[in-house]
Design a protein around this ligand. Sequence first.
Ligand SMILES: [Mg+2]
Length: 218
Amino acid sequence: MTIGHLDADCFYVSAERVRDPFRIGKPVGVLGNQGACVIAKSYEMKALGVKTGEPIWDASKKCPEGIYLKRDFRWYEVLSRRMLEIVGDFAPNVEYYSIDEFFFQVEGNNLKDPAHAAEMIRDRINRELHLPVTVGIARTRTLAKLFSDTAKPFGARAVLDPAEERSLLEKMPVIEITGIASRNAQRLAPYGIKTCLDFANADRKLINRILTKTGEAL
Ligand SMILES: [Mg+2]
C-alpha cells in the first residue's frame, strides 16, 4: 500500500492571505474564542515568539505590528472542499481527516513516480487556490504524515525505498511523531527509544507500558 498525506501549511493564515494578498509575507495571527487568543499564526509571527493559544494581549506585546484577524470557518471550509476536489482528481480514494489534512491512496500512474505525484498535487493546489501545502507519500499513514510534517513548509516528499526510510527515521527524534509529547519522549529515553526508528523497532508491549494509553494507538 502506498499512502499520501496532504497538510496545508498554516492553513487559517494561508486562507486569510488568499482573501487579501497584502497579508503575504507579514506576521498574521488568526484569533478564536471571541477574539481572545491566537489559534493560528504565520511563520513570521512564530519567529517573534507568538505561540498558539496565547492571549491576544500577550501576542500583541511580542508582535505589535502583527495583523490580527477573526477566524472565519465558513471560508476555510470553502477552501478545504476545493483542496479535497483537487486531491480527488489525482487519487480516487481520499479520506477527509481534518479541515486541512487528507490521506489518499496512491494508485495507477502515480505509483510510477510518487515524488512527481506529490509535487504535482502540491503545485496544482498552489496554482489554483494560492494555498501552500505539503505532501508526503510513504508505505503507511503514520509514515506519510511523519514525512510530510517534517517536509514543511511547501514540501513534497515520497519515501518508499526501505533504506532511505530507515536513514530518515534514524535521524528524527521520537518527538516528531504526532501524539508524542515531550513528557512522553522523556519517558521513552531511558529505554533507548530516542529516534523514530527506535520507536518503530521497539516492542509494542513495552511502548504500551511506558506510554500507557496513547502508545498502542500510535
Ligand atoms: Mg496544517
